[in-house]
Design a protein. Structure first.
Ligand code: GLV
Length: 322
């Protein structure tokens, strides 16, 4: 029996490719660090049944029209804003993602970014390396306390809950806002449901952990930033477009908020002359929320299992149903 043809748009772990080879005829882009050029991608999808892709690939109607045999788009990520899910549904193409396996790793990174931003770790390290550490003085590189502070979480899903769990260890008060109340988080983690406005006004740390969609685009803009405390810190490990970056820059310059920690940007990779990169009170990371060795392997495996299930007529574990 002929195996279904699939395309992997980046080089992935060899053991995952071995697994895929058992069920599929695999073509893989040989580059690990460079995105497959769009034109090449459009040419390579013409006879495939499965597409194994990443957040750096745009899967839109144009691409789907070039792939008439496509049955499944398997994204190696929990977020899927790079995929036009409606266009896939209209063509009966299954979309899958990789939730669950990256929850703790992403919550760890979110908390690490919160700590690095509030205690000015990168600035302090640079200060030392640039020879500015000439003496010790009482107000030197002072930051904001984490223990006992109020954490506000937008998006109380799996990662939100995992973040709240970490915050409990720091005796933080936990507020959250979500499309639906999460009674489990209220009971087991002591999280309190509040309105968007209340969260912005009360939180010392505002953490964004919600999915990115048309609804959440610019969820944090001028008006929201104005509600935050001058000592507050914004942490975004979800998607860049959730925050209006120009408004954030203005709020930081005008000292409406104290600092920001960003793992994500509206356009990635972020350009080096991006104004937010010039501010000392902004800690920036290159979208590494799920980047632990073990978690990236688990994501790669799960994306492969989802894809194989779909091309062999089974229901994949994680079908995206927005
Ligand atoms: C990473 O950003 C993901 O969505 O998995």
């Amino acid at each position: 029996m002929t195996k279904p043809k699939i395309l992997i748009t980046r080089k992935i772990h060899s053991q995952v490719v071995d697994f895929l080879n058992e069920y599929c005829e695999v073509e893989m882009w040989s580059e690990e660090q460079t995105v497959m050029p769009r034109e090449t991608l459009l040419k390579k999808v013409t006879d495939i049944e499965g597409l194994y892709c990443f957040i750096s690939d745009t899967i839109d109607a144009e691409l789907l029209d070039a792939a008439p045999q496509l049955k499944v788009v398997s994204n190696m990520a929990v977020g899927y804003n790079n995929i036009d899910v409606k266009a896939c549904q209209a063509r009966h193409i299954t979309v899958t993602n990789t939730p669950g396996v990256l929850t703790d790793t992403t919550a760890d990174l979110t908390f690490a970014l919160l700590m690095a931003t509030s205690r000015r770790l990168l600035e302090a390290s640079d200060y030392l390396r640039k020879g500015k550490w000439q003496s010790w003085y009482p107000t030197q590189l002072t930051g904001q306390d984490i223990s006992g502070a109020t954490l506000g979480i937008f998006g109380m899903g799996r990662i939100g809950e995992a973040l709240a769990k970490r915050a409990n260890g720091f005796d933080m008060k936990i507020l959250y806002h979500n499309r639906h109340r999460n009674e489990q988080a209220e009971k087991t983690l002591g999280a309190m449901y509040v309105s968007k406005e209340e969260l912005l006004q009360e939180a010392d740390f505002v953490c964004l952990l919600m999915p990115y969609s048309e609804e959440t685009r610019n969820f944090i803009a001028k008006e929201e930033l104005q509600l935050m405390k001058p000592s507050a810190i914004l942490i975004n490990t979800a998607r860049g477009g959730i925050v209006n970056e120009e408004d954030l820059y203005d709020a930081l310059i005008q000292k409406q908020i104290w600092a920001a920690g960003l793992d994500v940007f509206e356009k990635e990779p972020v350009r080096l002359n991006h104004p937010l990169l010039r501010l000392p009170n902004v800690v920036t990371l290159p979208h590494i929320g799920s980047a632990s060795i073990a978690t990236r392997l688990n994501m790669a495996k799960l994306a492969a299992e989802n894809l194989v299930d779909a091309v062999t007529g089974k229901t994949p574990k994680h079908v995206v149903r927005p």
